[in-house]
Design a protein around this ligand. Sequence first.
Ligand SMILES: NC(=O)c1ccc[n+]([C@@H]2O[C@H](COP(=O)([O-])OP(=O)(O)OC[C@H]3O[C@@H](n4cnc5c(N)ncnc54)[C@H](O)[C@@H]3O)[C@@H](O)[C@H]2O)c1
Length: 338
Amino acid sequence: MKREDLVVGIVGLSMGRHHVEGMVKAGINIGAICDVNEETLHKIGDENGIPKEKRFTDYKDLVNNPEINVAVLVTPDQLHRPMTEDFLAAGKHVLCEKPLAITLEDVKAIVAAAKKADKKFMVGQICHFTPAFIKAKELLDAGAIGELYYVESEYAHDYHWIMHGWRRDPNRHGVVGGGCHAVDLLRWFAGDPEEVFAYGTHKLLPMCDYNDATISVLKFPNNVIGKVFVSTGCKRNYTMRTLLYGTKGTIICDNKSDTMQLFTVEEDGITVKKEPEIIPIEINHHNTLGEFEVFADHLINDTPVEMDAVQGAKTVAACMAIVESSTTGVPVKPDYNF
Ligand SMILES: NC(=O)c1ccc[n+]([C@@H]2O[C@H](COP(=O)([O-])OP(=O)(O)OC[C@H]3O[C@@H](n4cnc5c(N)ncnc54)[C@H](O)[C@@H]3O)[C@@H](O)[C@H]2O)c1
């Protein structure tokens, strides 16, 4: 498949507007956009020069359109499963927003559909495309901080004004819905957590039925320990402050900061240098185009998708284990059998 052969249909245009804008800028052929909300549909269509005949309110019109060969799903989490199943069954490649799904049943169904299909599926875990985190991963892999022993990330976001409709589904716990970013990020850096233990509290979002802040400690492979803090009602600006501690240095970064800090040691291998290196970083925490370009590369070169359905499922499994531990008060070993 060549780049010019890609014909993309984008479903869900709230967060999905970032996907549309990025693709228009990059000259990707948008075959259709879709949203049940006509006002949103036409607003995004007008702003991005998408002709009226390419605007739809029923996603089945995209499923049944033979020209469209890639679907990008940016719809409420509960719709990821039926839409993925329909598009894959119709022979389209699918890029689906995180979290993969919010029930184990749906997660397993998506994994099964993706394994059965001869088309590609990718889950949009955006942190893999966030400049600060890409740089942190590069430094880690290059040995800049020695051997990893502790990782920490937080997802602190105020959902107060968006906590309605599908986000109030009891299955859409903050750790699964938004905290999956931090959990997925630490999985990328340190591997799949083998066991988790968590506490939760509920003081900020009275309209939701679950804890709005959760702290979890995680045991990773290779004697790496970690911590994830999730708060979906916090009174501060959005942050995903992330720390990586190694035997020869430390990285401190954030998806909302234009610099990151790299602490390293002197030639003796022990004494920490007085000042950290300050590394300039582009802030781009919604790098949906970077995400799509990676998916497009997989399609063009027919290479295996790194962020496939199983990876999305493992992240949800680790998140669900954290929620379970915070409710039962006992450590939980995530089940990664997908
Ligand atoms: N990667 C990220 O950083 C990030 C950020 C925000 C949201 N998300 C994910 O993106 C998805 C959408 O989130 P959002 O914030 O845009 O939610 P939202 O509620 O703001 O918007 C959802 C959009 O989907 C439309 N929609 C609902 N049902 C539809 C249907 N059947 N067919 C077509 N359109 C439909 C709605 O009208 C709305 O415009 C979710 O899975 C969410 O978890 C990811």
